[in-house]
Design a protein around this ligand. Structure first.
Ligand SMILES: Cc1cc2nc3c(=O)[nH]c(=O)nc-3n(C[C@H](O)[C@H](O)[C@H](O)COP(=O)(O)OP(=O)(O)OC[C@H]3O[C@@H](n4cnc5c(N)ncnc54)[C@H](O)[C@@H]3O)c2cc1C
Length: 526
């Protein structure tokens, strides 16, 4: 099998996927799952599983010896507790999460990943892949990774762009900043997250809600192929024709099905956008957010916006106009001409914002629009999807986080979703986009997304928990049926994230990873 777009990829290197047929909605009837589980098709990494003695022999060997052996075998590094570099290696992007795995592996090569999986399986350990640790909270919820190796992909950040085909191929540790830097010189845009240092793979496995989502849908729907090492230590390349059941699962089903080593996805010819933020004083929260909610119901899918309450702590890193100040803001990204954008924004500008930064700009600048932290921080947050945003829902939000609330959160936001980001729109548009049929999460069956987060500094825990709890409980009456994996920063049941599709996901997991070698932050078995 050859890969016409990226000749150096696993497919063309002979690391092939097992043959499959069209995806079936009924797992029991799907021949492809059996193929995934039993196929001798995919190439085994030379020497990977054979490098390790059988389990009985290993039980008598010390873990430290095995880790040393792995360290000698791979090009990357293995860190054991207490050795120099240990704390740095185990630290997640979210500094509030304390990760204490058996060991940390930082691979330099895809083969290192296969060796790590083989060793872990032989020792009865799990392997938890992690790009950055933005969503590490639910990963440590069970037992703090006490029986797992943390595999951090931070050294594998390559990005290849085929500008003619409008396709990017990323290594597993690539960040959105890496992709945007690689594609924007070609006048292309990816369905990137709001933050430069969110991992492309983790984001896309969970769905991927970008500033372009209302016009282009979730990032997962633009994935063309995924390469991964599964629990059996084999490298596979999956796409709409090869292992389609696994391809379905990794598009929205999260990181439970294997360790992704590469991902290929579509890009779009968007170079410029009109974007920016309107700022009002915090005490305008109610009237601004009521007007914004009404406005969102009238705008076309080319407009994506966020209504948000921000309380900036006094910090020298912040510009003086933000440091120590509180605001209600509307952030907007508008794929229209500047004139049309002005027309659309007129009702919000009529509310007299104190500051207005909306202007035409390169689409690459969207990575700054949401004012996400520039570097790792200790965060305490969580989110919820809303079916609708009625005036009563806005009032509940403002009661919880507005000027009279004594809210300890740095940010409480409502993202406008809907449009092409809904499941119905994703299924309807797939044929005309000549895109694969959507995967496990086609879209978000909700019109809005609420997310609150604060900085978890010592002594702030109770106030943050109370503020976040108040926010989520106040908007609960408008809660959608399901939650969105990427904005679920605390553990919850897999049913809550995947709904009915959880049965199909669980059946696949049982077939390809019955002993749960691969650990993810939102396991389908939870
Ligand atoms: C500041 C900030 C901004 C954000 N903005 C957005 C946004 O705009 N839109 C949006 O949709 N989400 C957004 N998110 C949520 C983000 O997409 C999730 O936190 C996502 O899980 C991050 O992926 P990561 O790889 O960076 O994080 P990680 O914590 O490293 O990974 C999360 C999970 O992804 C899986 N995973 C990661 N790498 C691999 C791999 N190679 N193979 C298999 N599984 C893997 C694992 O299960 C892992 O536990 C944001 C989060 C933060 C904190």
């Amino acid at each position: 099998m050859s890969n016409p777009v990226f000749p150096g990829s696993a497919a063309s290197a002979g690391i092939a996927a097992s043959p499959g047929t069209a995806a079936s909605p009924d797992i029991a009837a799907s021949p492809d799952i059996t193929a995934v589980a039993s196929s001798a098709g995919p190439a085994t990494i030379p020497g990977s599983t054979d490098e390790y003695p059988p389990l009985g022999e290993l039980q008598t060997a010390s873990l430290r010896e095995e880790l040393t052996r792995l360290d000698d075998l791979i090009a990357g590094r293995v860190f054991s507790p207490g050795e120099p570099g240990w704390d740095e290696a185990r630290t997640a992007w979210n500094l509030a999460v304390d990760q204490r795995p058996v060991a940390v592996v930082i691979p330099e090569h895809v083969d290192d990943i296969a060796h790590t999986v083989a060793m872990a399986r032989a020792l009865g350990l799990g392997v938890a892949p992690q790009g950055t640790g933005h969503n590490a909270g639910p990963l440590v919820a069970e037992n703090g990774l006490a029986d797992a190796i943390l595999l951090r992909t931070s050294q594998l950040r390559g990005v290849q762009v085929d500008a003619d085909q409008r396709v990017a191929r990323v290594e597993p540790g690539a960040l959105w900043g890496d992709v945007v830097a690689a594609v924007s010189p070609h006048g292309l845009a990816a369905l990137a997250g709001s933050s430069h240092d969110v991992g492309v793979v983790g984001y896309t496995l969970g769905g991927g809600l970008s500033w372009l989502a209302r016009s282009h849908g979730l990032a997962a729907n633009q994935v063309l192929a995924v390469e991964l090492v599964t629990a059996d230590g084999q490298q596979r390349r999956v796409d709409a024709e090869h292992d389609p059941e696994l391809f379905w699962a990794v598009r929205g089903g999260g990181g439970d099905f294997g360790i992704v080593t590469a991902m290929e996805f579509r890009l779009f010819p968007i170079a410029e956008i009109v974007a920016g933020t309107l700022f009002w004083p915090l005490d305008r929260s109610e009237d601004v957010l009521q007007a914004w909610a009404e406005w969102t119901a009238s705008v076309p899918d080319s407009v994506k916006s966020v209504g948000r309450v921000l309380r900036f702590p006094p910090m020298p890193e912040l510009p003086p106009f933000l440091s120590g100040k509180s605001f209600v803001v509307v952030e907007a990204a508008i794929q229209e001409s500047p004139e049309r954008a002005d027309e659309l924004l007129a009702p919000l500008r009529a509310l007299g914002p104190d500051m207005d930064s909306v202007h035409p700009q390169p689409v690459a600048e969207l990575l700054q629009l949401h004012m996400d932290p520039p570097a790792p921080v200790p965060g305490y947050g969580d989110g919820m999807l809303l079916r609708e945003l009625s005036p009563a829902a806005v009032r509940a939000f403002v009661d919880a986080v507005g000027p009279d609330s004594d809210c300890a959160l740095l940010s409480a936001e409502i993202r406008h979703v809907g449009g092409a980001a809904t499941p119905d729109a994703a299924y309807a548009s797939a044929p005309e986009r000549q895109a694969p049929e959507p995967g496990a999460v086609a879209g978000l069956d909700a019109e809005y997304l609420v997310f609150g987060v604060g900085i978890a500094i010592p002594g702030s825990g109770d106030a943050l928990a109370a503020s976040l709890g108040r926010l989520l409980s106040r908007v609960e009456p408008w809660r959608a049926r399901l939650d969105y994996l990427n904005f679920a920063e605390h553990e919850r049941s897999a049913e809550r994230i995947f709904g009915d599709r959880v049965h199909r996901l669980r059946a696949l997991k049982r077939l390809i990873d019955p002993t749960r070698v691969i650990r993810s932050n939102h396991p389908v078995s939870r």
